[in-house]
Design a protein around this ligand. Structure first.
Ligand code: PDD
Length: 279
């Protein structure tokens, strides 16, 4: 696998990251994940706009994140993924410096890494749906930043995994925020509800796609926090994310949601999403 590392295209095995990298020592960095459908990155401009925002919010100076458009094309070519189902991962950290909490000298170059790799979506689950657990949202209050500091997400995802669930859904002050790596929607009376964008969720690109698809299909899209007890009584629920796409939720904490099967709104949106990503 050929990857991009600090300006060079090299075999992944040849990447050397310093133990003094602030990404390693302090999780001082940000990342993006972009889905590649049949060799074509999906909404990469939107992902890179969000990447630029995250970089600016954490004050890492990286003047043109949109350079990853051509880097991605090159990575797809170098790895022979021109027609493949794949994903792009990009990460930038605040670089290598002796461990101190404040920023290092401004001349310190950021560490820049990008890789593309094949993915095999679990399409059976898009039909069968998955179960999730609810867990307290113990994260910080800047979830809009796509930070590599994901410890709370990791612990919650592990809790889900140990309980045989696909995802853990966070609850903050009694309201559903999002999953460990997904946004969360519920359907009430034919309308799709999801937590408003802001500092308590990551503003997902899939969420934006679904907003547009709802508009197109005449389905209401309501950005309001959902009380967790109301969520349990939703007609349907689903998760949204770059690699997850639109994943029906059929069980929460071991109890059925709606009919306990994929709902009609989820199915409709999945069909429209497929058309959108494969046209
Ligand atoms: N996760 N919320 C969180 C906390 C996420 O980490 C993600 C994405 C999303 C969905 O955003 P998008 O639709 O732009 O992928 C919501 C990525 C895929 C990950 O960490 O692997």
């Amino acid at each position: 696998m050929i990857v991009y590392f600090n300006g060079q295209y090299i075999p992944k095995e040849q990447v050397v990251i310093s133990p003094d990298d602030r990404g390693f020592l302090l999780a001082d960095g940000t990342y993006e994940v972009v889905r590649i459908y049949r060799g074509k990155p999906y909404r990469i401009k939107d992902h890179l706009d969000r990447f630029a925002e995250s970089l600016s919010k954490i004050r890492i100076n990286f003047p043109n994140p949109h350079v990853f458009e051509s880097i991605t094309e090159e990575l797809i070519r170098l790895n022979g993924l021109e027609n493949a189902e794949a994903a792009l991962y990009i990460q930038i950290t605040r670089g290598v410096a002796p461990r101190r909490h404040p920023f290092p000298d401004p001349s310190t170059p950021p560490t820049v890494y990008a890789t593309v790799y094949p993915v095999k979506p679990d399409t059976a689950k898009w039909e069968s749906g998955v179960n999730v657990i609810l867990t307290p949202d113990i994260r910080w209050s800047r979830c809009d930043i796509k930070s590599v500091s994901l410890l709370a997400n990791v612990l919650a995802a592990q809790e889900a995994s140990e309980q045989g669930a696909e995802e853990a859904v966070f609850v903050r002050n009694g309201f559903i925020t999002e999953g460990t790596h997904t946004n969360v929607c519920a359907v009430f009376g034919g309308e799709v509800w999801t937590h408003p964008a802001g500092e308590f969720i990551l503003g997902g690109i899939t969420r934006e796609s679904v907003r547009e698809l709802c508009q197109q299909a005449g389905i209401g899209f309501v950005e309001k926090p959902i009380p967790y007890d109301r969520f349990l009584k939703a007609d349907e629920a689903f998760l949204l994310g770059t690699t997850t796409e639109i994943m029906p939720v059929v069980e929460v904490n071991g109890k059925k949601i709606g009919t306990g099967r994929r709902g009609t709104v989820a199915k409709k949106l999945q069909e429209l999403f497929f058309e959108m990503t494969h046209s």
